[in-house]
Design a protein around this ligand. Structure first.
Ligand SMILES: [Zn+2]
Ligand SMILES: [Zn+2]
Ligand SMILES: [Zn+2]
Length: 195
């Protein structure tokens, strides 16, 4: 085996981390280890790391799934180490206030991503409250038409990811928080009664 490839195997953990967690491209990782992009891709494949873009249409946001599959334990211990060192558990660079896990910019980034993903799902279901027509994304949520939302959410974890993965199944609709709450307390939104 060529020396360079051996270097790749020695640095397996780091490469996988760079690829999955830091979302570096195969090309930039290759440059660092003085090998081509295709060598990195082949290595990743041989380590059973998915090199297919499974993200939200943006290659820099992919791989989350295989990252989870790969050694959660490693990631967890790294996060714990960073946390105890007083560093942001996402970027590992910024110092954090005790008891808070993310630095300001990582928190904002996570929030922004969460919002983007949410908006994709809400738009797929029509993008407005089916009861009152509210279109402000921040006021909207996904409602389980036949109830059982809390239990279902518990089962699937992140509802928005799940809906996207299942390709937007029937049985869900967009409601604003007001209409959702109305439905929750009365079984139907008070708007519907006035009509
Ligand atoms: Zn950070
Ligand atoms: Zn509404
Ligand atoms: Zn309503």
């Amino acid at each position: 085996m060529p020396k360079r490839n051996l270097a790749l195997d020695i640095n397996k953990k780091q490469i996988i981390y760079m690829y999955l967690k830091e979302l570096q491209t195969q090309t930039s990782i290759g440059k660092k280890f003085d090998v081509s992009q295709s060598t990195i891709r082949r290595k990743l494949c041989s380590w059973k790391i998915s090199t297919r873009n499974t993200g939200w249409g943006d290659p820099t946001k992919s791989h989350t799934k295989s990252y989870k599959a790969y050694n959660t334990k490693y990631a967890k211990s790294k996060r714990e180490r960073l946390y105890h060192a007083g560093l942001c558990i996402a970027c590992g660079n910024e110092p954090i206030i005790q008891g808070i896990k993310y630095c300001k910019s990582c928190k904002e980034r996570t929030k922004r991503r969460w919002k983007e993903r949410r908006s994709v799902v809400i738009k797929a279901y029509g993008g407005k409250c089916v009861c009152c027509g509210e279109t402000e994304l921040d006021f909207l949520c996904i409602d389980h038409i036949n109830g059982g939302g809390a239990k279902h959410k518990k089962e699937v974890g992140n509802l928005y990811s799940w809906l996207r993965k299942e390709e937007y199944p029937a049985g869900f609709q967009v409601l604003c928080w007001n209409c959702n709450h109305g439905k929750y307390t009365n079984g139907f939104c008070p708007h519907q009664q006035k009509r």
